[in-house]
Write a protein that binds this ligand. Structure first.
Ligand code: DOR
Ligand code: ZN
Length: 339
């Protein structure tokens, strides 16, 4: 195999940030993807129509060309009314729920995951057909946080059978089991959770560039996720969770959680699906499943991958911003052919 075509790739979980960081990272996705689901965890988070419009405009300005569609989300609040949601519905693809304090910029997340506390907003979303994206972690022991959240996912799935619930960036084999049990549970998977385990983060020298939430886990978790992605299960979608942080916020005391992968995801996915002889499933994993699950009309975009070494840059810079991608300096066998 010397070349491979991906049609209209979609990244269903992406952090674009704001200001100069947005200007730096947005083209790295918009040049190669047809669309992406954009996370709302800015400071302050996106919770109003005004903030949403302003952010959408900034994103469109930061993206080069007009063949990329950003699908925006708002940050879940327990007091969103039916009227508010109906009014904003056409502008968003989903609502993203963060439990309080579990990851970057989630300090205004929900403080109680009690179904009755969440019910008014979730019932409105369910009636309106607005999907719910969830960061499913507790504040327990770091390796078990996702597993401990599973009863909450289960109760959401049972209580709101008409609500599409997306288990974001699943990282453990237990999550896969639950995801398969309920028709209204969907999932996204990142490339870092497909490639890495805790050993890559902390088994030798510490690598802050693969530190993220949820944390990368055990070999059997990684293996189970890989099988799910390679099979392109119809409810599973690619979501990079590419989450840039400035270099000095990663290489420091209290380093930020987030793996920056946007410039390498398509090349790595091609390498991975080729290695396991599953290239036939790659378009489903990275585009078709998301189109169907989210009822999306995509901007047609053909991305040609060629078997040619690509050395991942040490970092990407714009003005004072500098961000280091996962695997910086490493050479991988696939490149994207420029149009
Ligand atoms: O590692 C992470 N970084 N996980 C998240 O859920 C958020 C993200 C970020 O915004 O940096
Ligand atoms: Zn994220």
């Amino acid at each position: 195999m010397k070349e491979f075509i991906i049609n209209s790739p979609l990244d269903m979980h992406l952090h674009l940030r704001d200001d100069d960081m947005l200007k730096l990272v947005a083209p790295l996705t918009s040049n190669y993807f047809s669309g992406a689901l954009i996370m709302p965890n800015l400071l302050p988070p996106i919770t109003t129509k005004e903030a949403l419009f302003k952010y959408k405009q900034k994103i469109n300005e930061a993206c080069e060309g007009d063949d990329f569609k950003p699908h925006l989300t708002i940050f879940f609040q327990v007091d969103y009314t039916y009227e508010f949601l109906k009014n904003i519905q056409d502008e968003i693809i989903a609502v993203k729920l963060y439990p309080f304090g579990v990851t970057t910029n989630s300090e205004t997340g929900v403080s109680s995951m009690d179904v009755e506390v969440l019910r008014p907003t979730l019932e409105s979303m369910s009636k309106l057909g607005i999907p719910l994206c969830v960061h499913g972690e507790t504040k327990g022991f770091v390796m078990d946080r996702e597993k401990e959240f599973l009863p909450i996912y289960e109760s959401l799935a049972i209580n709101f059978p008409d609500l599409k619930i997306i288990m974001e960036h699943i990282s453990s084999k237990e999550s896969i089991k639950l995801f398969k049990k309920y028709d209204n549970l969907y999932a996204t998977i990142t490339i870092h959770h497909l490639l890495l385990t805790l050993d890559d983060l902390a088994g030798g020298m510490l690598n802050p560039y693969v530190f993220c939430k949820p944390i990368v886990k055990r070999p059997d978790d990684r293996q189970a996720l890989l099988e799910l992605a390679l099979s392109a299960h119809p409810k599973v979608m690619f979501g990079s969770d590419s989450a840039p942080h400035p270099k000095n916020a990663k290489e420091c005391h209290h380093g930020a959680a987030g793996v920056f992968t946007a410039p390498i995801v398509l090349q790595i996915l091609t390498q991975l699906f080729e290695e396991y002889e599953k290239l036939d499933n790659l378009n489903a994993f990275v585009s078709l499943n998301a189109q169907r699950n989210y009822n999306l009309k995509v901007k047609n975009k053909t991305i040609k991958l060629v078997k040619k070494d690509f050395t991942i840059p040490a970092s990407y810079k714009y003005k004072k911003e500098e961000v280091v991608p996962m695997f910086s300096g490493k050479t991988i066998p696939w490149s994207i052919e420029k149009n």
